[in-house]
Design a protein. Structure first.
Length: 212
């Protein structure tokens, strides 16, 4: 009976083989099917990063150009406004310079006419016209420079002579031979003046000292 049982169940027999008693360990199999895809993804990622850096650099450059263009436009706007203001403020400079000799002749004619009895009536009428002309000039920012009694200023006055004076201090304007004019803060022409050299005795003493 035992022999029949062994024949019917051969797997129940034990074996002395060492290989049969060792535990079976499953070795992991290396999956090489995804390697090309991973390499392609890495290359694509690197390419995208390069493109991103390029686009970022271009954006920064465009931003710098934009800011520079805005600054240039603002400077141009300020310069244009400044030139416009100067043109409005000093636009009549050339015309005023041409009119000043005419006004000088007009004044000398009135002065000569007022010295004659027959011409006084006409001189008084034309003096009113002269006043109107000066008012028009002043309304356009043209002011006379008539510095009688004021200290001599070489930036606004042109000295043609020195004369002694007991009334006007030395260095001050004794007389104005030709009135000067300025347009706002810009001088059109200086005033032609005679400067006081002080009292006559003091002037003589200085002259004697210089000769000695």
């Amino acid at each position: 009976m035992a022999e029949e049982a062994q024949q019917k169940n051969p797997h129940s027999q034990t074996t002395d083989s060492p290989e049969a008693n060792e535990p079976q360990v499953n070795q992991p199999e290396q999956d090489t099917t995804n390697a090309p895809e991973a390499a392609a993804e890495a290359d694509e990622r690197s390419e995208l990063l390069q493109k991103l850096e390029q686009v970022t650099a271009e954006a920064e450059e465009n931003q710098r150009r934009y800011l520079r263009a805005v600054a240039d436009l603002e400077n141009y706007r300020k310069r244009a406004q400044r030139e416009k203001d100067e043109a409005r403020r000093y636009g009549c400079e050339s015309l005023a310079s041409d009119l000043l000799p005419v006004l000088d002749n007009f004044s000398m004619g009135l002065q000569a006419a007022s010295q004659h009895e027959a011409g006084k009536v006409f001189a008084e009428g034309f003096a009113m016209v002269q006043t109107q002309i000066r008012q028009v000039l002043e309304s356009n920012g043209i002011q006379p420079i008539n510095p009688v009694g004021e200290p001599f200023n070489p930036h606004q006055h042109e000295a043609v002579a020195h004369q002694p004076s007991d009334e006007v201090p030395e260095g001050n304007v004794l007389a104005v031979q030709r009135v000067g004019f300025q347009l706002h803060d810009r001088q059109l022409r200086p005033a032609t003046v005679v400067v006081s050299s002080g009292p006559a005795q003091q002037t003589e003493a200085k002259s004697d000292e210089s000769q000695a």
